[in-house]
Design a binder for this molecule. Structure first.
Ligand code: PLP
Length: 437
């Protein structure tokens, strides 16, 4: 009989109880390794996770980029434990929200005001509300992924406008049809396309990720800034994922381009829930002309964790370590792919390298890759959200030696020296949105 791990058993149950099985699309088993993925963890430490069977694995995925300082960080946890013991909710506000706001504007002197919340999607909705209030215009030009809210998904109402912005096939039932044509997607590095969109629509906001799978070319970000300024458009950089990985703050600091609003999430709390919207005073003040408010935006753990995370980041200069680790991994991938004679694409930002198998079997190869790496007790996919805990010779040697052995097998499959059926013994991982139950 086929052996099934505790995680898969629970995942099957979860799909009956929870539509889609879980709360975050990217962590669905079917996207990674259908019918075999561990799905759940029992504990974490540094670069390691333990599954429900209490087996230890090296995590070389770090989905989805929250814990850049490593899992279960002792200094941050010690601080949070002391906060928990003092109380994390009351009739009054926590003072940490003011301290964190002050810190974030100190790191980004162009910004003067801050709103805090708990998730990236929320931060995006806050920023969009403020930008629409400030510009007096509804229409938004977007590039990248910005969460699950109506304003964003409306780009898929009559066409699949979001298909090239990370997750293809996002369904939009329940999003009001009246929002059609309020959000117009543009391609990264395609300035002419954006200029046309601005000419042909009453755009009040441009909202984009600073960089994700590609680096900016031909002064793209500077040109976007000039276009926004010339047309009285609010420029928003969504740094929920890019922030605090390559600089102490937004990645925009690297390119010396200042937006009007920026958002930070993920890395900011090293796994504790906290997200920030920062911006210029004259724009952020429009938050007063709309109602933006939520009970759990006042809990204390989020801002307290962010303050401690920022302290540790500064102490060890994590933004220098992450791209160093990421570049080492991506250059090792290249050497390995060259040496086994497998033609793959390598892309992403230095702190978040990605690779892609090519050809009609690419998803099958991805499935085999994750399966073989899992057998070596390594969680691995085609993207690494680099963490400080990966900056360790033993960790990287273990990962790269097993990476070599695995892609060597895939290369032999690709050259038809091995039959794919020998290694493909689970359904192929999904590459786009699919209903699960
Ligand atoms: C750039 C960007 N914005 C927004 C989000 C949404 O954040 P959350 O999943 O916390 O709602 C993400 C998440 O991946 C993201 O990468």
């Amino acid at each position: 009989m086929k052996k099934i791990n505790k995680g898969q058993k629970l995942w099957k149950k979860a799909k009956k109880l929870i539509p889609g099985g879980n709360m975050l699309f990217s962590k669905r088993s079917e996207l990674i390794l259908p019918e075999k993925w561990l799905s759940y963890y029992s504990k974490t430490k540094g670069a390691y996770v333990w599954d429900l069977d209490n087996k230890k694995y090296l995590d070389m995925m770090f989905y989805v980029g929250t814990s850049t300082l490593g899992y279960n960080h002792p200094k941050i946890n010690k601080h949070i434990n002391s906060i928990v013991n003092k109380g994390v909710m009351s009739s009054l506000n926590c003072f940490e929200e003011v301290k964190l706001s002050e810190k974030l504007v100190e790191i980004h002197p162009w910004a003067k005001m801050v709103r805090l919340c708990r998730s990236g999607g929320e931060a995006n909705s806050i920023a969009v509300r403020i930008a629409r209030a400030a510009s007096g215009k509804d229409k938004i030009a977007i590039c990248g992924y910005h969460g699950w809210h109506d304003w964003y998904l409306s780009a898929n109402i009559k066409k699949n406008g979001l298909d090239s912005h990370i997750i293809p096939g996002l369904p939009v039932r329940g999003v009001p049809k009246a929002l059609h044509d309020t959000v117009i997607p543009f391609e990264y590095n395609n300035f002419d396309q954006l200029k046309k969109i601005v000419c042909n629509h009453k755009i009040g906001t441009i909202k984009m990720e600073v960089a994700r799978s590609m680096q900016p070319k031909d002064n793209f970000l500077q040109k976007v800034r000039e276009l926004a300024t010339k047309n009285n458009i609010v420029l928003i950089f969504d740094e929920c994922t890019s922030g605090f990985r390559q600089t102490y703050g937004g990645m925009h600091k690297l390119y010396k381009v200042e937006p009007d609003i920026a958002m930070f999430g993920k890395a900011l709390g090293n796994g504790y829930a906290i997200t920030a919207v920062i911006g210029k005073k004259e724009i952020m003040n429009y938050a007063q002309d709309s109602f933006i408010s939520s009970t759990f935006w006042t809990e204390r753990i989020g801002p307290a964790a962010a303050l401690k995370t920022l302290e540790v980041m500064k102490e060890i200069q994590s933004w220098k370590i992450l791209p160093k680790v990421g570049k080492y991994i991506s250059s090792s991938w290249k050497d390995i792919f060259d040496s086994v004679g497998l033609n793959c694409d390598i892309f992403g930002t230095p702190a978040m390298p990605c690779f892609a198998f090519k050809g009609k079997n690419s998803q099958k190869y991805k499935t085999i890759f994750t399966d073989l790496m899992l057998k070596k007790k390594i969680l691995a996919s085609n993207v690494v959200f680099a963490s400080v805990s990966h900056d360790n010779e033993k960790v990287l040697r273990n990962y790269l030696n097993n990476f070599y052995d695995t892609v060597n097998i895939i290369s032999k499959i690709d050259k038809k020296q091995i039959n794919i059926k020998k290694y493909l013994n689970s359904p192929t991982c999904h590459s786009e949105f699919k209903r699960l139950n």
